[in-house]
Design a protein around this ligand. Structure first.
Ligand code: SF4
Length: 334
């Protein structure tokens, strides 16, 4: 049990911050003093996938810079209307692996539970930007079906809470869900994929850490950080709170053209993450989801970047270069 002292960066509640997301392109442009010539395109593209960003993430962007690597992760662009035959709404064919609502079972020993139907930010490259959250919107009733599926499938030893972002749900809901999962004897590990420690670090409270560490399941938290500029002192403090209670922290980066497709950036990211106690885990090629063609980094250049990382970093700081393929039994090394 850890005791409650409120760090200075947590004086505003995370729920307040979550209720004050920036969702209007005008507000984003005004706050960051961006060139209004790009505003109309942003409004149009926001109709394809809404704009959502936290103030905390926005604070780390450079005002006036339309090419800021954090801004480009959330800024709706005209390029999202580009069509390409290789890109589809469901490139991983998750609908084929959805035996009960809110649950995706693609890999034999792991199952993915949709923890929440939304995120604190909408990443423009998101592979679930067209996902049917309406039909997979988690509720206790749906979770009961998902839990009975997991209970009856002995091969599963790890549950992955994903999203939407599973940490946007309340502590009460999360504690209930984790209690239910830990009562299933064949489960060993609980893995949570969340961008909240990065984009809303105030979410990492002592209460949350207690919930994650009080169950018998081994907790692993995969934070999704794409660029070293995302790592500030508040994020570092959130990682420390998690790590100091024995939660394994891993990072998964998506390789994104125009954002992090430079060897020095990726090398710096690995070093900075490790300083904060996070191990680089995957460097992921883009999933070919409609609306994201402009982020795609071709495979040959991706391999070149990975080789540069191998040449400059100790092996444990080089993430595995992978892609996800529909129907594959695990991620595919590139
Ligand atoms: S946090 Fe993850 S699930 Fe949510 S929009 Fe970003 S990439 Fe998609």
């Amino acid at each position: 049990m850890i005791h409650r002292t409120i760090p200075t960066w947590q004086t505003r509640s995370w729920q307040d911050e979550l209720s004050q997301l920036i969702t209007e392109p005008e507000a984003l442009f005004t706050t960051l003093k961006l060139d209004l010539g790009h505003l109309e395109a942003a409004k149009q593209a926001a109709n394809l996938f809404p704009l959502r960003v936290t103030q905390s993430f926005l604070n780390r962007m450079k005002p006036g810079d339309i090419a800021d690597p954090l801004l480009l992760q959330v800024l709706p662009l005209a390029e999202e209307f580009n069509q390409h035959p290789d890109y589809s709404a469901d490139p991983l064919e998750e609908a084929e692996s959805n035996p009960v609502p809110g649950l995706i079972h693609k890999y034999r020993s792991r199952v993915l539970l949709i923890g929440a139907p939304q995120c604190a930010i909408n990443c423009r490259y998101c592979f679930r930007r067209h996902f049917d959250y309406q039909a997979n919107s988690p509720s206790r009733a749906q979770w009961l079906d998902a839990l009975s599926y997991i209970r009856s499938t002995q091969d599963i030893d790890e549950v992955i809470l994903s999203g939407g972002d599973p940490l946007v749900i309340s502590d009460r809901q999360l504690a209930w869900l984790i209690d239910e999962l830990s009562a299933i004897p064949h489960l060993q590990r609980l893995r949570i994929h969340s961008r909240l420690p990065i984009v809303l670090p105030s979410r990492v409270t002592p209460e949350l850490v207690n919930i994650l560490t009080s169950s018998r399941l081994q907790p692993v938290l995969v934070v999704h950080c794409n660029h070293p500029q995302e790592l500030d002192s508040e994020v570092g403090a959130a990682f420390a709170l998690l790590r100091n209670q024995g939660i394994t922290l891993l990072n998964q980066t998506v390789l994104l053209k125009g954002i992090n497709n430079v060897a020095e950036t990726l090398i710096q990211l690995s070093k900075e993450l490790f300083k904060l106690g996070v191990l680089p885990y995957y460097l992921h090629l883009l999933d070919k989801v409609e609306g994201t063609t402009h982020f795609d980094q071709n495979e040959r250049d991706a391999k070149g970047l990975h080789m540069a990382m191998l040449a400059h970093l100790p092996g444990y700081l080089v993430p595995k270069l992978v892609r996800e393929e529909a129907g594959a039994t695990s991620k595919t090394p590139v």
